[in-house]
Design a binder for this molecule. Structure first.
Ligand SMILES: [Mg+2]
Length: 386
């Protein structure tokens, strides 16, 4: 006669099992093997596999226990039915749960299939291999057990040697799975660490690159950065036939300032002037650089001379607005700047040297005119002219 155990028959039993397993305060009713199977020290525990046999037929449990104990590598506990098994699992810490469960199917209270479902609901992250053992040999029962997710299905009456072989096969798979998981976790840790190091290295390189282009005192671009940028802008604007303006800017009577107020005050003055110049530029492509000593360069791509002169008003106003006292200046009671500006539409095959020389010449002229002023040059194709 066909005898199939299905989950539909005992839905209320499963519900009460889940409730009981989740909330019961009763001590676990499972009876562990009365004789110690192995040494209880942690080292030996790690070398052994923990098996849970769930079966309502004591003879089956005893037969299996006696046979398996011979191999000195199993710790065996047992439960008389599914409910008792769930109660015992509830009270076990994660690292003390069985490595494998041998589960009878036909049992009172909670059958094997229902117990399996309850375990999956209660411990969704616990991937314990479960082998069903049953006298139900019909195909549909077998299929139901395997479809549930059981790793194997043993028909009673069983050959204990076959049970051992199937257990060992599952434990080997379990070991391999654990090794793979450990290696994956190690790999993930290594990847995370490598990403962390790569990010740190990238940040350090960015900082190095930034430091290589920044003037240490004033924190605006340094001369090297200026030389690179003007060359690039020269080539770009030559391609586009658009103007490039260059302002050279000198702090008036800076040597007197240093001598009178001291070098620390001189450095502070340069820092504040540099920041004022930087703050008065408007576009990302505008570049303020420390050109040397107390001299700054302001590169204004795509800027014709009239717009460059507007920029000069902003630059001068920004510096004067700092109102840094300069008792030794003949130009003002505050720190001021003299400026020379030159503008040119770059030509392919030429260098920016003429533009730089023209700005320098204009600056010299501004100084000749008494400082705290500016002069401008516009360079055409065939001549340099004012
Ligand atoms: Mg049974």
């Amino acid at each position: 006669m066909r005898y199939s155990v299905t989950s539909h028959a005992n839905t209320s039993a499963l519900t009460s099992a889940l409730t009981s397993a989740a909330t019961s305060d009763r001590p676990p009713l499972t009876h562990s093997d009365p004789q110690p199977i192995v040494s209880s020290d942690m080292e030996s525990r790690r070398k052994h596999y923990s098996l849970l046999i769930v079966d309502d037929t004591p003879d089956n449990v005893d037969l299996l226990r006696r046979y398996l104990m011979r191999f000195k590598k199993f710790r065996i506990s047992s439960a008389e039915n599914g409910q008792i098994a769930l109660d015992s699992l509830r009270d076990r810490p994660l690292d003390d749960r069985p490595d494998l469960i041998l589960m009878d199917v036909v049992m009172p209270q909670l059958n094997g299939f229902e117990t399996y479902r309850a375990i999956k609901v209660l411990y969704p992250d616990w991937d314990v291999p479960i082998i069903f053992m049953t006298g139900l040999s019909d195909l549909s029962s077998k299929l139901e057990g395997l479809e549930l997710g059981a790793v194997d299905y043993i028909i009673k009456p069983f050959q204990k040697e076959e049970v051992l072989a199937r257990i060992e096969l599952q434990l080997r798979l379990l070991d391999l799975t654990r090794q793979l998981r450990a290696k994956n976790e190690q790999l993930e840790r290594e990847i995370t660490e490598r990403q962390r190091v790569e990010t740190a290295l990238k940040d350090a390189n960015l900082e190095l690159a930034r430091l290589a282009t920044i003037d240490g005192l004033t924190q605006v671009a340094n001369r090297r950065c200026f030389d690179e940028v003007i060359s690039k802008e020269w080539a770009r604007l030559a391609d586009e036939s658009r103007p490039l303006s260059l302002v050279l800017c000198d702090v008036d009577y800076f040597k007197r300032f240093n001598d009178f107020y001291g070098h620390q005050a001189g450095d502070d003055c340069l820092v504040r002037v540099a920041r004022a110049l930087q703050d008065s530029t408007r576009r990302a492509t505008d570049l303020v650089a420390r050109y040397g000593g107390e001299e700054f360069a302001v590169l204004l791509p795509e800027t014709d001379l009239s717009r460059a002169e507007e920029a000069i008003y902003r630059l001068r106003f920004a510096v004067e607005s700092l109102m840094i006292p300069h008792a030794q200046s003949d130009a003002s009671e505050w720190v001021t700047v003299s400026l020379g500006v030159a503008c040119q539409v770059p030509k392919l095959g030429q260098t920016p040297q003429n533009l730089i020389a023209a700005a320098d010449s204009a600056l010299y002229e501004a100084k000749q005119q008494g400082r705290n002023t500016y002069c401008a040059r516009y360079l055409t194709d065939d001549r340099c002219g004012e």
